[in-house]
Design a protein around this ligand. Sequence first.
Ligand code: PMV
Length: 361
Amino acid sequence: MATGSINYQLSSLSSTQQSVAWRSPSNIAIVKYWGKHGIQLPLNPSVSFTLDAAHTDTKVSFTEKIEKDGEVSIDFYFEGAPNEAFANKIIAFLQSLHIEFSFLLDYDFKIESSNSFPHSSGIASSASAMSALALCFCSIEKILTGWPTDASDFLNKASHIARLGSGSAARSVFPEVAIWGTHSGIEDSTDLQAIPFDSQLHKSFKRFHDDILIVSAEEKSVSSRAGHSLMEVNPYATVRYEQANKNMMATLEALKTGDILSFGKILEEEAMTLHALMMCSDPSYVLMKAGTLAVVEKVRAFREETSLPLYFTLDAGPNVHLLYPDEVEDQIWPFIERELVPHCVDGKVIRDRVGLGPRLI
Ligand code: PMV
Protein backbone atom coordinates (compact mmCIF):
# COMPACT_ATOMS: atom_id res chain seq x y z
CA MET A 1 0.00 0.00 0.00
CA ALA A 2 1.09 3.56 -0.57
CA THR A 3 1.69 4.54 3.05
CA GLY A 4 3.91 7.41 1.90
CA SER A 5 1.28 10.09 2.34
CA ILE A 6 0.29 8.86 5.82
CA ASN A 7 3.98 8.62 6.78
CA TYR A 8 4.42 12.20 5.71
CA GLN A 9 1.34 13.32 7.63
CA LEU A 10 2.34 11.47 10.80
CA SER A 11 5.80 13.01 10.70
CA SER A 12 4.16 16.42 11.11
CA LEU A 13 2.79 15.46 14.58
CA SER A 14 4.82 17.06 17.36
CA SER A 15 5.16 15.90 20.95
CA THR A 16 4.15 19.36 22.22
CA GLN A 17 0.83 19.71 20.43
CA GLN A 18 -2.38 19.44 22.45
CA SER A 19 -4.91 18.84 19.74
CA VAL A 20 -5.23 16.77 16.60
CA ALA A 21 -7.78 16.72 13.79
CA TRP A 22 -8.63 14.22 11.03
CA ARG A 23 -10.95 14.25 8.05
CA SER A 24 -12.19 10.72 7.43
CA PRO A 25 -14.52 9.56 4.65
CA SER A 26 -17.52 7.29 4.51
CA ASN A 27 -17.36 4.11 2.41
CA ILE A 28 -19.72 2.10 0.24
CA ALA A 29 -19.61 -1.69 0.41
CA ILE A 30 -19.50 -3.66 -2.84
CA VAL A 31 -19.75 -7.01 -1.02
CA LYS A 32 -21.80 -6.27 2.10
CA TYR A 33 -21.12 -7.08 5.74
CA TRP A 34 -24.43 -8.29 7.16
CA GLY A 35 -24.45 -10.40 10.30
CA LYS A 36 -22.01 -10.17 13.19
CA HIS A 37 -20.95 -11.75 16.47
CA GLY A 38 -18.97 -10.55 19.48
CA ILE A 39 -17.80 -6.95 19.25
CA GLN A 40 -18.39 -6.17 15.58
CA LEU A 41 -16.83 -9.38 14.30
CA PRO A 42 -18.25 -10.00 10.83
CA LEU A 43 -19.92 -13.25 9.79
CA ASN A 44 -18.70 -12.73 6.24
CA PRO A 45 -15.91 -10.76 4.55
CA SER A 46 -16.68 -7.47 2.80
CA VAL A 47 -14.99 -5.07 0.39
CA SER A 48 -15.71 -1.38 -0.15
CA PHE A 49 -14.80 1.75 -2.01
CA THR A 50 -13.54 4.51 0.25
CA LEU A 51 -15.44 7.70 -0.58
CA ASP A 52 -14.36 11.31 -0.64
CA ALA A 53 -17.07 13.99 -0.42
CA ALA A 54 -19.07 12.34 2.40
CA HIS A 55 -16.74 12.75 5.35
CA THR A 56 -16.47 13.69 9.03
CA ASP A 57 -14.04 16.25 10.46
CA THR A 58 -13.11 15.53 14.08
CA LYS A 59 -10.79 17.51 16.32
CA VAL A 60 -9.72 16.24 19.73
CA SER A 61 -8.02 18.62 22.20
CA PHE A 62 -6.50 17.21 25.37
CA THR A 63 -5.10 18.59 28.62
CA GLU A 64 -3.61 16.58 31.45
CA LYS A 65 -5.91 16.16 34.45
CA ILE A 66 -4.73 17.69 37.71
CA GLU A 67 -6.50 15.04 39.73
CA LYS A 68 -6.80 11.55 38.27
CA ASP A 69 -10.30 10.33 39.12
CA GLY A 70 -10.31 7.05 37.18
CA GLU A 71 -13.02 8.32 34.77
CA VAL A 72 -13.04 9.12 31.06
CA SER A 73 -13.66 12.88 30.80
CA ILE A 74 -15.10 14.23 27.56
CA ASP A 75 -16.85 17.34 26.27
CA PHE A 76 -18.48 16.62 22.94
CA TYR A 77 -19.64 19.16 20.35
CA PHE A 78 -21.46 18.19 17.18
CA GLU A 79 -21.60 20.86 14.47
CA GLY A 80 -20.65 23.49 17.03
CA ALA A 81 -23.17 22.63 19.76
CA PRO A 82 -22.89 20.37 22.80
CA ASN A 83 -24.63 17.06 22.12
CA GLU A 84 -25.33 14.94 25.16
CA ALA A 85 -26.76 11.92 23.33
CA PHE A 86 -23.65 11.57 21.14
CA ALA A 87 -21.36 12.36 24.11
CA ASN A 88 -22.83 9.50 26.14
CA LYS A 89 -22.26 7.04 23.29
CA ILE A 90 -18.70 8.22 22.82
CA ILE A 91 -17.92 8.11 26.55
CA ALA A 92 -19.18 4.51 26.71
CA PHE A 93 -17.09 3.63 23.62
CA LEU A 94 -13.93 5.27 24.96
CA GLN A 95 -14.45 3.75 28.40
CA SER A 96 -14.22 0.34 26.69
CA LEU A 97 -10.85 1.33 25.16
CA HIS A 98 -8.77 1.96 28.28
CA ILE A 99 -6.73 -1.20 27.59
CA GLU A 100 -6.00 -0.08 24.00
CA PHE A 101 -5.15 3.50 25.09
CA SER A 102 -3.45 3.58 28.50
CA PHE A 103 -3.58 7.41 28.62
CA LEU A 104 -7.38 7.69 28.41
CA LEU A 105 -8.04 8.27 32.11
CA ASP A 106 -5.25 10.84 32.52
CA TYR A 107 -6.57 13.63 30.28
CA ASP A 108 -9.63 15.84 29.79
CA PHE A 109 -10.73 15.62 26.16
CA LYS A 110 -12.75 18.03 24.09
CA ILE A 111 -14.11 16.47 20.88
CA GLU A 112 -15.53 18.64 18.08
CA SER A 113 -17.08 16.87 15.13
CA SER A 114 -18.97 17.83 12.00
CA ASN A 115 -20.11 16.09 8.83
CA SER A 116 -19.84 17.31 5.25
CA PHE A 117 -23.36 16.01 4.62
CA PRO A 118 -26.52 17.13 6.40
CA HIS A 119 -27.22 15.13 9.56
CA SER A 120 -30.81 14.47 8.47
CA SER A 121 -29.88 13.28 4.97
CA GLY A 122 -30.36 9.62 5.84
CA ILE A 123 -26.66 8.96 5.21
CA ALA A 124 -25.14 6.74 7.88
CA SER A 125 -22.36 8.72 9.45
CA SER A 126 -20.97 6.02 11.71
CA ALA A 127 -18.21 4.89 9.31
CA SER A 128 -16.75 8.37 8.82
CA ALA A 129 -17.37 9.44 12.44
CA MET A 130 -15.87 6.36 14.09
CA SER A 131 -12.87 6.24 11.77
CA ALA A 132 -12.15 9.95 12.34
CA LEU A 133 -12.37 9.43 16.11
CA ALA A 134 -10.12 6.34 15.97
CA LEU A 135 -7.52 8.21 13.91
CA CYS A 136 -7.52 11.10 16.40
CA PHE A 137 -6.95 8.84 19.40
CA CYS A 138 -4.22 6.87 17.58
CA SER A 139 -2.54 10.21 16.82
CA ILE A 140 -2.76 11.28 20.47
CA GLU A 141 -1.11 7.98 21.40
CA LYS A 142 1.65 8.77 18.93
CA ILE A 143 2.06 12.31 20.30
CA LEU A 144 2.23 11.07 23.91
CA THR A 145 4.25 7.88 23.50
CA GLY A 146 5.99 8.10 20.13
CA TRP A 147 4.32 4.82 19.03
CA PRO A 148 3.69 3.75 16.36
CA THR A 149 6.63 4.84 14.27
CA ASP A 150 5.41 2.94 11.25
CA ALA A 151 2.48 4.13 9.10
CA SER A 152 1.06 0.65 8.59
CA ASP A 153 1.03 -0.07 12.36
CA PHE A 154 -0.77 3.25 12.79
CA LEU A 155 -3.42 2.46 10.16
CA ASN A 156 -3.85 -1.11 11.41
CA LYS A 157 -4.55 0.10 14.92
CA ALA A 158 -6.86 2.88 13.68
CA SER A 159 -8.84 0.35 11.65
CA HIS A 160 -9.08 -2.01 14.63
CA ILE A 161 -10.32 0.77 16.94
CA ALA A 162 -12.77 2.06 14.30
CA ARG A 163 -14.19 -1.47 14.00
CA LEU A 164 -14.87 -1.59 17.73
CA GLY A 165 -16.94 1.60 17.30
CA SER A 166 -18.83 0.57 14.17
CA GLY A 167 -17.96 -2.46 12.02
CA SER A 168 -17.92 -0.88 8.58
CA ALA A 169 -15.84 2.05 9.91
CA ALA A 170 -12.83 -0.31 9.91
CA ARG A 171 -12.75 0.02 6.10
CA SER A 172 -12.76 3.86 5.93
CA VAL A 173 -9.15 4.11 7.10
CA PHE A 174 -7.62 2.90 3.82
CA PRO A 175 -7.50 4.60 0.42
CA GLU A 176 -9.61 3.52 -2.56
CA VAL A 177 -10.49 -0.09 -1.69
CA ALA A 178 -10.52 -1.87 1.69
CA ILE A 179 -11.17 -5.50 2.60
CA TRP A 180 -12.48 -6.56 5.98
CA GLY A 181 -13.08 -10.09 7.27
CA THR A 182 -11.25 -13.37 7.05
CA HIS A 183 -11.25 -15.10 3.65
CA SER A 184 -9.13 -18.17 2.98
CA GLY A 185 -8.17 -16.82 -0.47
CA ILE A 186 -7.07 -13.37 0.72
CA GLU A 187 -3.70 -13.11 2.40
CA ASP A 188 -3.64 -11.22 5.73
CA SER A 189 -7.42 -10.83 5.75
CA THR A 190 -8.80 -10.77 9.29
CA ASP A 191 -12.04 -10.16 11.15
CA LEU A 192 -10.22 -7.82 13.53
CA GLN A 193 -9.54 -4.96 11.14
CA ALA A 194 -9.66 -3.98 7.48
CA ILE A 195 -6.67 -4.30 5.18
CA PRO A 196 -5.83 -2.32 2.05
CA PHE A 197 -6.37 -3.87 -1.38
CA ASP A 198 -2.75 -4.49 -2.20
CA SER A 199 -3.19 -5.36 -5.87
CA GLN A 200 -3.16 -2.47 -8.25
CA LEU A 201 -6.69 -1.10 -8.63
CA HIS A 202 -7.43 -1.01 -12.36
CA LYS A 203 -7.46 2.53 -13.74
CA SER A 204 -11.14 2.19 -14.76
CA PHE A 205 -12.07 2.15 -11.08
CA LYS A 206 -9.87 5.02 -9.94
CA ARG A 207 -12.10 8.04 -9.33
CA PHE A 208 -15.20 5.90 -10.01
CA HIS A 209 -18.31 7.96 -9.31
CA ASP A 210 -20.83 7.33 -6.55
CA ASP A 211 -23.80 9.70 -6.73
CA ILE A 212 -25.85 9.14 -3.59
CA LEU A 213 -29.55 9.79 -4.16
CA ILE A 214 -31.35 10.80 -0.97
CA VAL A 215 -34.68 9.09 -1.59
CA SER A 216 -35.74 9.41 2.05
CA ALA A 217 -34.19 11.23 4.99
CA GLU A 218 -36.47 9.63 7.59
CA GLU A 219 -35.01 7.65 10.44
CA LYS A 220 -34.88 3.93 9.56
CA SER A 221 -37.59 1.73 11.09
CA VAL A 222 -35.01 -0.97 11.94
CA SER A 223 -31.44 -0.06 12.91
CA SER A 224 -28.38 -1.79 11.41
CA ARG A 225 -27.61 -3.21 14.84
CA ALA A 226 -31.02 -4.94 14.96
CA GLY A 227 -30.65 -6.00 11.31
CA HIS A 228 -27.29 -7.68 11.95
CA SER A 229 -28.70 -9.62 14.88
CA LEU A 230 -31.72 -10.84 12.88
CA MET A 231 -29.23 -12.69 10.66
CA GLU A 232 -28.65 -15.10 13.58
CA VAL A 233 -31.99 -16.76 12.84
CA ASN A 234 -32.35 -15.94 9.15
CA PRO A 235 -33.12 -19.20 7.30
CA TYR A 236 -30.94 -18.11 4.35
CA ALA A 237 -27.90 -17.10 6.42
CA THR A 238 -25.66 -20.03 5.44
CA VAL A 239 -26.17 -19.63 1.70
CA ARG A 240 -25.72 -15.88 2.07
CA TYR A 241 -22.32 -16.29 3.71
CA GLU A 242 -21.27 -18.72 0.95
CA GLN A 243 -22.39 -16.21 -1.67
CA ALA A 244 -20.46 -13.37 0.00
CA ASN A 245 -17.26 -15.45 0.10
CA LYS A 246 -17.63 -16.27 -3.59
CA ASN A 247 -18.43 -12.67 -4.50
CA MET A 248 -15.33 -11.46 -2.67
CA MET A 249 -12.94 -13.28 -4.98
CA ALA A 250 -14.87 -12.34 -8.11
CA THR A 251 -14.99 -8.66 -7.04
CA LEU A 252 -11.26 -8.47 -6.33
CA GLU A 253 -10.54 -10.05 -9.71
CA ALA A 254 -12.84 -7.52 -11.44
CA LEU A 255 -11.20 -4.60 -9.59
CA LYS A 256 -7.79 -5.82 -10.69
CA THR A 257 -8.63 -6.47 -14.33
CA GLY A 258 -11.05 -3.58 -14.91
CA ASP A 259 -13.98 -5.93 -15.58
CA ILE A 260 -16.77 -3.40 -15.05
CA LEU A 261 -19.48 -5.79 -16.28
CA SER A 262 -18.75 -8.45 -13.62
CA PHE A 263 -18.27 -5.73 -11.01
CA GLY A 264 -21.69 -4.23 -11.79
CA LYS A 265 -23.44 -7.59 -11.72
CA ILE A 266 -22.06 -8.39 -8.25
CA LEU A 267 -22.73 -4.87 -6.98
CA GLU A 268 -26.44 -5.12 -7.78
CA GLU A 269 -26.74 -8.74 -6.65
CA GLU A 270 -25.28 -7.76 -3.26
CA ALA A 271 -27.69 -4.83 -2.87
CA MET A 272 -30.72 -6.94 -3.72
CA THR A 273 -29.56 -9.81 -1.49
CA LEU A 274 -29.08 -7.47 1.47
CA HIS A 275 -32.64 -6.19 1.15
CA ALA A 276 -34.05 -9.66 0.41
CA LEU A 277 -32.46 -10.85 3.68
CA MET A 278 -34.31 -8.08 5.50
CA MET A 279 -37.60 -9.00 3.87
CA CYS A 280 -37.28 -12.66 4.86
CA SER A 281 -36.11 -11.96 8.42
CA ASP A 282 -38.37 -12.79 11.33
CA PRO A 283 -39.88 -10.27 11.85
CA SER A 284 -39.78 -9.22 8.21
CA TYR A 285 -39.07 -5.61 7.34
CA VAL A 286 -38.57 -3.44 4.27
CA LEU A 287 -36.24 -0.43 4.16
CA MET A 288 -36.64 0.35 0.45
CA LYS A 289 -39.18 3.02 -0.46
CA ALA A 290 -41.26 3.38 -3.61
CA GLY A 291 -38.64 5.86 -4.89
CA THR A 292 -35.87 3.29 -4.35
CA LEU A 293 -37.60 0.78 -6.62
CA ALA A 294 -38.46 3.43 -9.20
CA VAL A 295 -34.75 4.38 -9.42
CA VAL A 296 -33.65 0.73 -9.62
CA GLU A 297 -36.06 0.07 -12.51
CA LYS A 298 -35.02 3.20 -14.38
CA VAL A 299 -31.31 2.38 -14.00
CA ARG A 300 -31.89 -1.11 -15.42
CA ALA A 301 -33.96 0.22 -18.33
CA PHE A 302 -31.33 2.90 -19.07
CA ARG A 303 -28.60 0.27 -19.17
CA GLU A 304 -30.66 -1.96 -21.43
CA GLU A 305 -31.26 0.91 -23.85
CA THR A 306 -27.81 2.51 -23.88
CA SER A 307 -25.40 -0.28 -22.79
CA LEU A 308 -23.71 2.37 -20.62
CA PRO A 309 -22.11 1.11 -17.37
CA LEU A 310 -24.40 2.64 -14.75
CA TYR A 311 -25.00 0.43 -11.70
CA PHE A 312 -26.74 0.83 -8.34
CA THR A 313 -26.15 -0.35 -4.83
CA LEU A 314 -27.93 0.14 -1.51
CA ASP A 315 -26.85 0.32 2.10
CA ALA A 316 -29.17 -0.73 4.90
CA GLY A 317 -31.60 2.04 3.93
CA PRO A 318 -33.67 3.48 1.07
CA ASN A 319 -31.03 5.73 -0.52
CA VAL A 320 -29.50 4.66 -3.81
CA HIS A 321 -25.79 4.81 -4.67
CA LEU A 322 -25.18 5.15 -8.43
CA LEU A 323 -21.78 3.93 -9.56
CA TYR A 324 -20.15 4.57 -12.93
CA PRO A 325 -16.71 5.23 -14.44
CA ASP A 326 -15.41 8.77 -14.78
CA GLU A 327 -15.11 8.49 -18.58
CA VAL A 328 -18.89 8.22 -19.07
CA GLU A 329 -19.91 10.99 -16.68
CA ASP A 330 -21.04 13.28 -19.52
CA GLN A 331 -23.35 10.61 -20.89
CA ILE A 332 -24.71 9.45 -17.54
CA TRP A 333 -25.12 12.53 -15.34
CA PRO A 334 -27.74 14.24 -17.57
CA PHE A 335 -29.90 11.09 -17.29
CA ILE A 336 -29.47 10.97 -13.50
CA GLU A 337 -30.32 14.64 -13.20
CA ARG A 338 -33.37 14.47 -15.44
CA GLU A 339 -34.86 11.08 -14.53
CA LEU A 340 -33.60 10.11 -11.08
CA VAL A 341 -33.02 13.27 -9.05
CA PRO A 342 -36.81 13.98 -9.09
CA HIS A 343 -37.16 10.90 -6.82
CA CYS A 344 -34.95 12.55 -4.18
CA VAL A 345 -36.09 14.54 -1.15
CA ASP A 346 -35.77 18.21 -2.20
CA GLY A 347 -33.64 17.02 -5.13
CA LYS A 348 -30.89 16.05 -2.70
CA VAL A 349 -27.94 14.14 -4.17
CA ILE A 350 -24.38 13.83 -2.85
CA ARG A 351 -21.97 13.62 -5.76
CA ASP A 352 -19.18 11.45 -4.45
CA ARG A 353 -16.41 9.29 -5.87
CA VAL A 354 -13.65 6.89 -4.87
CA GLY A 355 -11.24 8.71 -2.59
CA LEU A 356 -7.73 8.58 -1.26
CA GLY A 357 -8.57 7.95 2.39
CA PRO A 358 -8.38 10.01 5.57
CA ARG A 359 -6.10 12.98 6.06
CA LEU A 360 -4.73 14.98 8.94
CA ILE A 361 -6.20 18.50 8.97
O1 PMV B 1 -21.17 -0.96 10.27
P1 PMV B 1 -22.64 -1.11 10.44
O2 PMV B 1 -23.00 -1.83 11.69
O3 PMV B 1 -23.38 0.19 10.28
O4 PMV B 1 -23.18 -2.07 9.25
C1 PMV B 1 -23.06 -1.71 7.91
C2 PMV B 1 -23.80 -2.65 7.06
C3 PMV B 1 -23.94 -2.28 5.59
O5 PMV B 1 -23.75 -0.92 5.38
C4 PMV B 1 -25.34 -2.67 5.14
C5 PMV B 1 -22.96 -3.07 4.73
C6 PMV B 1 -21.51 -2.68 4.80
O6 PMV B 1 -20.69 -3.59 4.65
O7 PMV B 1 -21.20 -1.49 4.94
